[in-house]
Every structure is written in C-alpha cells, then in structure tokens.
Design a protein around this ligand. Structure first.
Ligand code: ZN
Length: 206
C-alpha cells in the first residue's frame, strides 16, 4: 500500500501544549507522557463544517474543551476534494476522542454527516487510502478502526475521570462505519494488508 500524498500543515504544538497534553494523559489515563506510543486504533471523525480553514483554526487555537486544556486536534484532516492534510506528528497525542486519545490516531473529514463523506468519492477514497496505509504502517487491526460514535464500546476505551466516562460524539456511527470498514477490507485484499480478528465490542454500561 503506497503512502498517499499528504500536505504537511502543522498546528502550533509548543512545549506548553505538550505539557498540557502530559497533564491530561496523567489525569485521564495514568500515563506520564504526551507521546502517542504504539497506537492501536484509528478513529474516524467528521468536522461539522463545510470547509477546512475553520477546522485548522480551531485545532491551532488551543482553546479548552470540556473545561480542560489542551484544545482538541486530530493528526489528519481530509478536505472535500480529497486533499489529505497532516496537522500533528503521529508521535504526539491529540485530544480527539475521549477514552482513546492515549492510543488512537485521529482522522477528521470535512463534512456535516457520515453520508456527506460516503457520497463524496474523492474524499472517501482519500480516507480509505490513508486509513489503510496507517493500518499497514502501524500494524493496526480493522476491528480497531473506529467511528468516534463507537468509542464507548471499544475494548481499548479507558477513562479514569468518571464525568468523562460516557462521553462520545455522534460522528461516524456503527452502521456507516460498517460500510467504511467493508471498503477498507476490499482495499486491503487488493494490497495484501492483513485485517486481524473480528471485533469484540464491550458493554459500555453507559
Ligand atoms: Zn469526532
């Protein structure tokens, strides 16, 4: 699987933001690092915008989310024309999915619904290519390619702060992720990328 072409468009991630990420990781995961070490999952999102610029500006601004710093971010954002932007190095943790930031690469897609992306062949192709390339490069199994809305039932979900434990978003629900994962499986077969065992969702208790 060749690496899809990517535009490097970094958001500011100074030492102060790394320190905020470290403090967050200690509080929420009991981890003493701001680094994303051996990521096991990829979480798919949509931005609830129609263009890229406000997404970049939101992630760059580093404003508190759910009352805490650092601000939200994702490693990649895919524009509606299929352009893949990388905003954050893959070895840094980003806040994009409560409970999974410690182990997940985040991919945002510019759009207002799952259907917006599924109905946009250029953007969908870019998302599938990027995701499969990351799966291959990071040895991530298909069962751990998740929609944000599937976060709570992932066996990888971990959250030490009780008020955050049931927090998720509506982007990329299970039914639409099944369509997305079928597309990934077809692409994986073409490039000989292994998919791993089937998913074993857990009861979130939420
Ligand atoms: Zn999301």
């Amino acid at each position: 699987m060749p690496q899809p072409s990517t535009v490097w468009k970094p958001i500011p991630f100074p030492d102060s933001r790394k320190q905020e990420m470290l403090t967050y990781a200690e509080e929420h995961y009991g981890l003493h690092t701001f680094r994303l070490v051996h990521p096991q999952a990829i979480v798919e999102h949509f931005t609830v915008t129609t263009t890229f610029d406000p997404v970049y500006n939101t992630f760059a601004a580093n404003t508190p989310d759910l009352g805490e710093l650092p601000g939200t971010c994702a490693h990649f954002v895919i524009d509606t024309d299929g352009t893949i932007y990388q905003l954050v190095p893959m070895d840094l943790m980003c806040r994009h999915t409560v409970g999974l930031n410690y182990t997940a690469v985040g991919i945002e897609m510019v759009g207002e619904s799952d259907r917006d992306i599924l109905d946009n062949p250029q953007q969908l192709t870019a998302a599938l290519n990027l995701t499969l390339w990351l799966m291959q490069r990071l040895h991530i199994q298909l069962r751990n390619v998740l929609g944000h809305n599937e976060s709570l039932t992932s066996p990888l979900h971990m959250e030490l702060v009780s008020s955050f434990r049931c927090q998720t978003h509506q982007d990329w629900n299970h039914a639409d992720m099944e369509i997305f994962r079928r597309g990934l499986a077809r692409l994986a077969a073409r490039f000989g990328v292994s998919l791993g065992p089937p998913a074993t969702p857990v009861d979130s208790g939420c």
